[in-house]
Design a protein around this ligand. Structure first.
Ligand SMILES: [Mg+2]
Length: 379
């Protein structure tokens, strides 16, 4: 099913801002560390002065946000301001078509897809603000609240963060594994001590090959995991995913490193994943990910948006999850990030694991102009 079409849109201005915020402890994953928090925020303004906000993936590698910022400014802004669009989907199609060869030439289909996704999110936010309704409602949703989980827990010093998140109202948690059996099982035992029988999920961050996964998975059985995420690199053949699926003591999750309908649909049809996790700031935006999320739910699988950066992308993801339906959880990074916690005045409150979305139009939040200046990197 296609997203609803909110009517003609005329984009007059595009602003792309890279922000960086220092953190005390780097984010540790099985593929590398992230030493500070980065965000790429896109602000659009239409001919009537109505604004829309979107976020582009820019977490990794270290200067990915700067690269995507230039893609937005130099290649995509001229396209979105070039004509009036009958719908956000029409702008998405034009951005994709008119940069296709450039992306191939530069070897950058991923970064272009990310920049297009963030712009698409901003266009949808603008459309919802023009209509005066929350984004979830414009997208045909039937609920204004979503279940959440506290994500991104590091393999060391996670205990204090888990306690704090429990006190904030979170009722499900995801910790990174793939650091060796002793560390992984020790951490999971510690997690169970702290959270009792609340939901605990794990993320391998593509850190195993098939032989390692088959070897390690049985040792996770005793922890009653909600899912095991990315046990293999995202580009491994379906035959390997099928084998892993048969060996896994818990549901399998992946999707943050897939791009394009064909790759997602192949994984959905193969029934190797129980939880599918597209990142709407990495590929697709609302235009690509709403129909995808509905296909995931219709296939009897769980749609859980992947997201781990600033407040804008988090709220876009929350609205999309609200609109898509199903039983999925919103991923909320548990690690400190001023670009999520401070930039727009804080997150909506979470009660007993449930986040109620702001009642205002669009995604319901806006970065504070002064704070945006404080975090801004001049490019
Ligand atoms: Mg992950």
């Amino acid at each position: 099913m296609s997203p609803p079409e909110p009517g003609p849109l005329s984009i007059a201005r595009v602003e792309a801002v890279v922000c960086r915020a220092p953190i005390d402890e780097p984010i540790v994953t099985s593929f590398g560390t992230i030493p500070e928090r980065a965000g790429l925020f896109v602000r659009l303004e239409d001919a009537d002065g109505v604004a829309g906000w979107g976020e582009v993936f820019g977490n990794f590698p270290a200067h990915g946000a700067e690269n995507r910022c230039h893609l937005v400014r130099d290649y995509l802004a001229p396209i979105v301001t070039d004509e009036a669009w009958v719908s956000p989907a029409a702008a998405y199609e034009a951005m994709t078509r008119r940069t296709h060869v450039m992306a191939l030439q530069g070897g950058e289909p991923g970064p272009f897809a990310q920049a297009i996704a963030g712009l698409d999110n901003a266009i949808w936010d603008l459309a919802a603000r023009r209509a005066g309704v929350p984004l979830w409602r414009l997208l045909g949703g039937e609920r204004d609240a979503v279940p959440t989980y506290a994500s991104g827990l590091n393999p060391s010093n996670f205990e204090g963060i888990v306690e704090a998140k429990l006190a904030e109202g979170y009722r499900a948690f995801k910790i990174k594994i793939g650091f060796g059996r002793e560390t992984d099982t020790g951490n999971l035992a510690r997690m169970r001590e702290i959270v009792g029988d609340l939901r605990v999920m794990t993320d391998v961050n593509q850190g195993w090959d098939m032989a390692t996964a088959v070897q390690e998975m049985p040792h996770l059985a005793e922890f009653d995991l909600g899912w095991i995420e990315e046990p293999l690199p995202a580009d491994r053949p379906l035959a390997e995913w099928r084998e892993i699926k048969a060996a896994s003591p818990a549901p399998l999750a992946a999707g943050e490193n897939l791009r394009g309908d064909a790759d997602f649909d192949a994984m959905i049809e193969a029934k190797v994943l129980d939880v599918v996790q597209p990142d709407m700031c990495k590929w697709g935006g609302v235009t690509g990910c709403l129909p995808l999320a509905k296909r995931i739910v219709a296939a009897g699988l769980t749609y859980c948006p992947h997201f781990l950066a600033g407040i804008v992308g988090l709220m876009s993801s929350a609205h999309l999850l609200a609109a898509a339906g199903g039983h999925g959880l919103l991923e909320v990074d548990a690690n400190p990030n001023p670009l999520r916690e401070v930039l727009a005045g804080g997150l909506p409150p979470i009660e007993d694991g449930i986040m109620t979305l702001p009642a205002g139009p669009g995604i319901g939040v806006e970065p504070d102009a002064d704070l945006l200046k404080d975090f801004r990197v001049e490019l």
